[in-house]
Ligand binder design. Structure first.
Ligand code: DGT
Ligand code: CA
Ligand code: CA
Ligand code: ZN
Length: 580
């Protein structure tokens, strides 16, 4: 565990002890221990090794032991016990400005507050203002802090980041001083959520660019305004950094600020192993070493040049997560990643028959416009009554309508008749086998009972994907990014069951889902698991979500062959009628 993580844990220990009403001296020891670590200039590992941690002012014997244990093992029984003894909702209250351990203790003891929800209610009822040491002002501040919490939340959906980027990039591009511009960081890597945006510009006159950037529309705060670096915050809480570098530095800076940190670390190690040093400034021979050779710095007129200079094949930004991509690039074994243009259709889409906003015909027309070969319609099943799910009778009618449209030749796209069938709590499906058999395909999804325990949920899902008529499993984990955690499940067992039963797993491209998570795809697909990227469209413009789905698939190292809906209509028809 590194120093920063240990500081955070010491801080949290202090707060938890405060909430529990422990001796103030003991509490302060942890807070000051954290501050001491923060300002310590020496390398923590070296200090520990030399046995001198206990001599550092502000770090006593008890703390020394705990820091050493954390550093060596990353764990601390004392800390785990403490966490278990404090209601988890109380720690969430720390995110509200003005609330620390002492105030939280009072709120908990006097008003039985144990979560942000119960605190909101108490504030609205004016109970917090009546507490000693609080008052009306504090209550108002807490309430507005709660309101802002979401707007100021630390992370944002990639999709929302994209719409901000798409506004800023053209503006920067249009400035005469700007020679080149890119959005770097987690956005460029296609992370499902983005902390802040990182714009990078090549220019020899940064001043007017800074001026433009810090006076854009929609900015609520300029948090930094320097000569070559500025930071702003937009309405809604999104933050953006802008850095301006000289043109010759651009691709080194682009590579550096694209990250990830882990990827950068591996790249720097690779450079060092070749006697070079890589940074945001450039790639040059290490100083002093072999000065007779007098090799100059590497010139890069693209990111490819940097990888080439290190003997690596080009690593696309989506893969730069420090998960073996540099090693694969050394062996020239990077996958040929999926592209958006590889997709020939999709299977999980809704119409006005359930909770979609567009009719069957409108959906078909839009699919035509996009040049897709096929479009699957999978409206909700009867148990999803809140989504106006179809019962057998309505579904039979829809299937007939779909067959009729195909017959009519009105659209080029071929429509497949399917259903997004609820997986009921016991793992049974919402329709009988005969109904399922009359469909072209079946997407099986969990929509209720999302909080079942891991074992129940795992066997529920496995039971569903063992059913012969189930073609694919929809939005596997049920997560809603930044809103709702994934259901508890043993994902490895589910992947293995999908493999054994030749069931496809969906990569749901809705930007709030991006589910199954990209971190699972690489290994699963290597074992032969097939992916289907679906927009889960409830309106025509939701077909655009496929962009996010493909980017996520790329992060999972997926190739064309591993994605079902890259296949042609003929191939898909063949599989759906006679299996894999
Ligand atoms: P985010 O904003 O939390 O979604 O994630 P990133 O990856 O965009 O992180 P950010 O904005 O803090 O920095 C952008 C990139 O700059 C990051 O991916 C790698 C590089 N970078 C920033 N700080 C460091 C650092 O301390 N060490 C290394 N190796 N790279 C860094
Ligand atoms: Ca960032
Ligand atoms: Ca940043
Ligand atoms: Zn669904």
């Amino acid at each position: 565990m590194d120093k920063k993580d240990i500081e955070d844990i010491l801080d949290r220990i202090g707060t938890m002890l405060e909430i529990k009403g422990e001796n103030p001296f003991k509490v302060r020891a942890y807070f000051s221990g954290a501050r001491t670590l923060q300002t310590m200039e020496e390398d923590l590992g070296e200090v520990i090794q030399s046995g001198k941690l206990g001599e550092v002012p502000g770090i006593g014997k008890a703390l020394t032991e705990k820091i050493e244990t954390l550093y060596a093992t990353g764990e601390l029984a004392f800390y785990d016990k403490l966490i278990a003894s404090v209601p988890s909702g109380l720690m969430d209250l720390l995110e509200i400005p003005g609330l620390g351990g002492k105030k939280i203790k009072v709120l908990h003891e006097k008003l039985e507050i144990d979560s942000i929800e119960s605190l909101t209610v108490a504030c609205e009822q004016g109970k917090v203002a009546e507490l000693k040491g609080f008052g009306k002002k504090t209550e108002e501040k807490i309430l507005s802090g709660i309101e802002n919490r979401e707007a100021y939340a630390a992370r944002h959906l990639w999709w929302n980041a994209k719409s901000v980027v798409e506004k800023i990039l053209p503006g920067l591009e249009s400035l005469p001083e700007v020679e080149r511009v890119e959005a770097a960081g987690s956005f460029r890597r296609g992370m499902e959520t983005v902390g802040d945006l990182d714009f990078l510009v090549a220019s020899s006159s940064p001043a007017p660019i800074m001026e433009w950037f810090t006076s854009m529309e929609g900015i609520t705060e300029v948090t930094a305004h320097g000569d070559t670096k500025s930071s702003v915050r937009f309405e809604g809480g999104m933050q953006a950094d802008l850095r301006v570098v000289p043109a010759e530095q651009f691709y080194f800076a682009l590579h550096h600020f694209t990250g990830s940190k882990d990827h950068n670390v591996r790249m720097r190690q690779k450079a060092l192993s070749l006697g070079m040093s890589l940074s945001e400034w450039g790639l040059r021979p290490e100083e002093e070493k072999d000065s007779s050779r007098k090799a100059g710095p590497v010139v890069a007129s693209s990111e490819e040049d940097i990888f080439k200079a290190l003997g690596l094949s080009y690593v696309p930004p989506a893969l730069r997560e420090g998960m073996g991509e540099v090693e694969a690039a050394e062996r020239n074994e990077l996958p040929e990643l999926l592209e958006l243009s590889d997709l020939k259709g999709c299977f999980h889409n809704h119409t006005t028959a359930s909770d979609g906003r567009n009719t069957l015909e409108e959906m078909a027309e839009e699919a035509d416009r996009r040049g897709w070969e096929y479009l699957g319609i999978a409206d909700h099943s009867k148990s999803s009554f809140q989504a106006n799910g179809l019962d057998e009778e309505r579904l039979v009618k829809q299937v007939e309508a779909i067959r009729a449209i195909n017959q009519s030749g009105k659209f080029r796209v071929h429509l497949f008749a399917g259903s997004e069938v609820d997986i009921l709590t016991g793992g049974r499906l919402d329709f009988e086998e005969s109904m399922l058999a009359s469909l072209d395909y079946v997407v099986a999804s969990v929509h209720n009972g999302l909080t079942q325990d891991e074992e129940t949920m795992t066997s529920r899902i496995i039971k569903a994907l063992e059913q012969p008529h189930v073609t694919m499993l929809g939005h596997v984990s049920g997560r809603l990014l930044l809103k709702r955690e994934a259901s508890k499940m043993n994902i490895q067992k589910i992947i293995d069951a999908a493999l054994a039963n030749r069931t496809i797993l969906e990569l749901n491209a809705n930007p709030m889902r991006l589910d199954m998570d990209w971190r699972h795809w690489r290994k699963a697909a290597e074992k032969g698991l097939l992916c289907c990227i679906n927009p889960d469209a409830h309106a025509l413009h939701h077909f655009d979500f496929q962009h996010a789905g493909v980017l996520t698939a790329r992060k999972g190292w997926l190739t064309c062959k591993q994605v079902f809906n890259t296949r042609t209509l003929i191939e898909v028809k063949d599989v759906l009628s006679s299996g894999f």
